[in-house]
Write a protein that binds this ligand. Structure first.
Ligand SMILES: Cc1cc2nc3c(=O)[nH]c(=O)nc-3n(C[C@H](O)[C@H](O)[C@H](O)COP(=O)(O)OP(=O)(O)OC[C@H]3O[C@@H](n4cnc5c(N)ncnc54)[C@H](O)[C@@H]3O)c2cc1C
Length: 406
């Protein structure tokens, strides 16, 4: 196979596609990455995810990305659970109990946009990665040994790109997944999430950089992001029939923020967006030479910050398998192993945990709320239980569990 064909075609320069390309390059495997956004508008994307857990930081370190992200993020060793109605902190968890498990006993608050900006710069500088910006992928075909991706390039011309494998890291609306006829099983929540970003110092009220706030009427998440300008993001659930324009009107958002924290003065609102939350996992993670990773393969509620993280874990797991295929190992068993390992984690960890997280925050039954809060207090105050809890939330446990699946 000639050099331009003996490569991995990666669709999407999101965090998953870029991490995959960088890890493959480290293993000596060439790739072409196809991104519909152009250089000029690549950074005009909705902010989205940004809590990077210890297991993911270890992976960023492996490809040299961590040192570029740390100065742009906030090192957050702590996170809190709060009871909104009582304005009371239920529990504080400290990643310090993981000091013997990881070189990164903290989360890094660093938004997706900063991650893709830094990772794209690294990809462009890497001779093994061919980056095609402003190129829209429209469909693909495959035979027993290779794939062809049909794209419209930056000049507006139709072009065929050839490779040995195609990896869809296109996000939830994957064309590859649809063309393969792979079902995206699960459900969509009827409520939507309103995200309001404000410039305000919540630490003066006892909050830490990451806060999960339970309430039977209006649960919230509160996260701190590094500036300039310094920002805090607050998530609120909204009714399924509420009009988006009314929800996002300045006075409605100010009123909602005042109910959340009555300061008596308008908040400086920097941004807002409203999104629908899905809990879905693809029925299969690969079909022949077409492979799914990240949001293409699974989507979930952002409570707990697991979407981006588990997608990056897919990328590293898959890069390891593809590198072994490039070194001559049998492809089919390795791709089947990728699917067994990462689909298991998507179903048994990411889906279960994020559904549980949402239930915990919005629980209405006072007795169940009390039980949940007591349980959190007990876990936070006992170092052994706290370590077990944090191994799960930091996703170290899920990476270890995937590695143990033969
Ligand atoms: C509004 C919102 C808020 C979120 N908040 C959180 C959060 O707080 N915490 C969390 O963990 N997760 C959150 N998520 C999820 C998180 O952003 C995703 O899990 C993560 O970005 C997945 O990465 P990815 O690389 O798989 O896909 P994406 O980040 O979606 O990247 C896909 C890339 O593919 C490109 N692409 C798509 N189609 C084509 C095509 N046809 N041709 C060429 N290129 C294409 C896109 O332009 C994009 O660059 C949020 C998601 C949304 C939508």
């Amino acid at each position: 196979m000639d050099e331009m064909r003996n490569r991995v075609l990666i669709i999407g320069a999101g965090p998953v596609g870029l991490c995959l390309a960088l890890k493959l390059a480290k293993e000596g495997v060439p790739s072409t990455i196809v991104e519909q956004l152009k250089d000029e508008n690549f950074l005009d994307q909705v902010p989205r995810a940004g809590t990077n857990h210890p297991a993911t930081l270890e992976m960023y370190q492996d490809i040299g990305l961590y040192r570029r992200l740390e100065p742009r993020g906030i090192i957050a060793p702590l996170f809190h659970y709060w009871d909104r109605a009582k304005t009371e902190r239920i529990a504080e968890f400290d990643h310090a109990v993981l000091k013997d498990d990881t070189a990164f006993p903290f989360a890094l608050q660093c938004e997706r946009i900063k991650i893709v900006e830094e990772a794209l710069a690294m990809a462009k500088a890497n001779p093994l990665i061919d980056v095609r910006m402003g190129t829209e992928f429209t469909s693909f075909s495959q035979d027993a040994d290779s794939v062809t991706a049909f794209v419209q390039n930056e000049a507006g011309e139709q072009e065929d790109l050839h490779g040995r494998y195609i990896v869809s890291a296109e996000g939830a609306r994957s064309i590859v997944r649809k063309e393969c006829g792979i079902a995206f099983e699960g459900f969509t929540y009827s409520d939507r999430t309103l995200n309001i970003e404000v410039a305000y110092d919540f630490k003066q009220h006892g909050y830490t950089d990451r806060n999960y706030i339970s309430d039977p009427v209006e649960w919230s998440n509160l996260f701190h992001w590094k500036g300039p300008p310094e920002r805090w993001r607050v998530h609120f659930p909204t009714g399924e029939d509420e009009d988006p324009d009314a929800l996002m009107a300045e006075d409605a958002m100010q009123a909602r923020m005042q109910r959340f924290l009555p300061t008596g003065r308008p908040f400086e609102i920097i941004g807002s967006n409203l999104y629908t939350v899905h809990q879905r996992v693809a029925e299969k993670f690969h079909m022949g030479h077409a492979i799914l990773a990240g949001d293409t393969a699974h989507v979930n509620s952002p409570i707990g910050g697991m979407g981006l993280n588990s997608g990056v874990h897919d990328a590293f797991n898959l890069a390891d398998k593809l590198a072994r295929i490039w070194r001559g190992e049998d492809a089919e068993p390795l791709l089947a192993l990728y699917e067994r390992q990462r689909r298991h984690i998507a179903v048994q960890h990411t889906q279960l945990q994020t559904i549980r997280n949402k239930k915990l925050l919005q629980e209405k039954d006072p007795a169940v709320r009390q039980r949940n809060h007591d349980e959190l207090r007990r876990s936070a105050s006992d170092p052994k239980l706290a370590r077990e809890f944090l191994l799960r939330t930091s996703l170290i446990a899920s990476v270890r569990e995937a590695a143990a699946i033969a």
